[in-house]
Design a protein around this ligand. Structure first.
Ligand code: NAP
Length: 339
């Protein structure tokens, strides 16, 4: 098959990174059009890869665009994803699918009405080699039935515009999606606890602890710390009935010297999850070129993560445990947490 012709909406940080990926890492795709409200940003990206600049809505309608990659801000995703579904075009949408469960539900309903899956959401941890190895270990039964999972998501720092809610909606949402996928089940309740705030945190309630209760009784705690200074550190350990399984240290080199053992810590999410971003787009492009059934994180997964995220934000405000209520999962998404 000829190359998949991709139109990219949003030429910011991750948009540029995905364009680089599609043009120089992933085989079988080319970027043919770029849109951004900042036309000069779009032009800069388009010039570098021989694409044209279009307004977002025109890009989606363009017959030369086979598939759409949405990398603009979360609040703009719904409009573009719905337009892609209406045009019958596959669309990869960066997380979050949309900022609210209601907006995500409108996307789910549009896709269900269309009758087949077109949407993939950028929850790339499902493609990370370490998380995949952890899930295989869990599935093998080697540690017995899972009881708890301990997670930590630590950022060296965050930009000035980052708000308290972003610690859940932008940051913890990756763990929320990951645990649904890891344990193949839904989150049924959430509570957010706040210890003493870090002196590095400014006005943020940093760190915070999310307690996720899964259907079936597994409990997951997630530490979110976004001003740890020392690096970007992602941790996960599952306690089973007969043992534990944990993500290994991500630094590949361990140096023993002068009575000390030292290993690098990733600087940021691009470094830690670079291979996962490559793999998710490779899988998307290859699947579309080969006509394979969609199996990446779905619009349903985007809706479910948004529902838990909204409940956690409510708990952050009230300090209460919040029960999660979701609509019944449409048959279109059966098996969608299996990637
Ligand atoms: P960013 O650097 O601000 O880029 C977003 C770009 O979209 C900006 O150039 C912005 O222009 C443009 N834009 C805003 N409204 C638009 C519209 N209506 N139509 C077209 N373009 C529009 O943000 P980012 O960090 O790349 O994040 C983009 C998305 O990716 C977010 O949803 C974020 O959560 C997600 N993301 C995911 C990951 C991950 O780990 N999967 C990592 C990073 C980001 P202006 O600057 O002029 O507004």
């Amino acid at each position: 098959m000829t190359k998949l012709r991709v139109g990219v909406v949003g030429a910011g940080m991750i948009g540029r990174d995905h364009v680089r990926r599609l043009t120089s890492v992933v085989a079988g795709a080319e970027v043919v059009a770029v849109a951004d409200v900042d036309e000069s940003a779009a032009a800069q990206v388009a010039d570098a890869c021989g694409a044209t600049v279009r307004p977002g809505d025109r890009l989606i309608e363009d017959p030369d665009v086979d598939a759409v990659l949405v990398c603009s801000w979360g609040g703009t995703h719904e409009e573009y994803v719905l337009a892609a579904i209406a045009a019958g075009k596959p669309v990869f949408c960066e997380k979050p699918l949309a900022p609210t469960p209601e907006a995500c539900l409108r996307i789910v309903e549009a896709e269900v009405a269309r009758g087949h899956r077109l949407v993939q959401v950028g929850y790339m941890r499902r493609y990370d080699p370490a998380y995949r190895a952890l899930r295989r270990e869990l599935d093998s039964g080697s540690i017995g039935a899972p009881l708890m999972m301990h997670c930590a998501h630590r950022n060296a720092g965050v930009p000035g515009f980052y708000r308290a809610e972003d610690m859940i909606a932008d940051t913890a949402v990756h763990e929320i999606d990951m645990v649904r996928w890891m344990f193949r089940t839904e989150v049924v309740a959430v509570r957010v606890l706040r210890p003493r705030a870090s002196g590095n945190a400014g006005d943020l309630p940093d760190p915070m602890l999310l307690i996720l209760e899964l259907a079936g009784g597994v409990l997951v705690d997630v530490e979110i710390s976004v001003n740890v200074r020392y690096g970007y550190d992602i941790r996960g350990e599952i306690l089973g009935e007969n043992g534990t399984a944990a993500l290994g240290e991500s630094g590949l080199v361990a140096v023993r010297r002068d009575g000390r053992l030292a290993s690098p810590v990733a600087g940021d999410w691009r470094e830690r999850f670079g291979a996962a971003y490559d793999a998710e787009l490779r899988s998307w492009v290859t699947g579309l070129r080969e006509g394979a059934a969609a199996d990446g994180p779905s619009a349903w997964d985007g809706y479910a993560a948004a529902t838990v995220s909204a409940a956690a934000q409510s708990s952050l405000r009230t300090g209460e445990r919040v029960l999660i209520s979701e609509i019944a999962k449409p048959a279109l998404y059966d098996g969608s947490t299996s990637t």
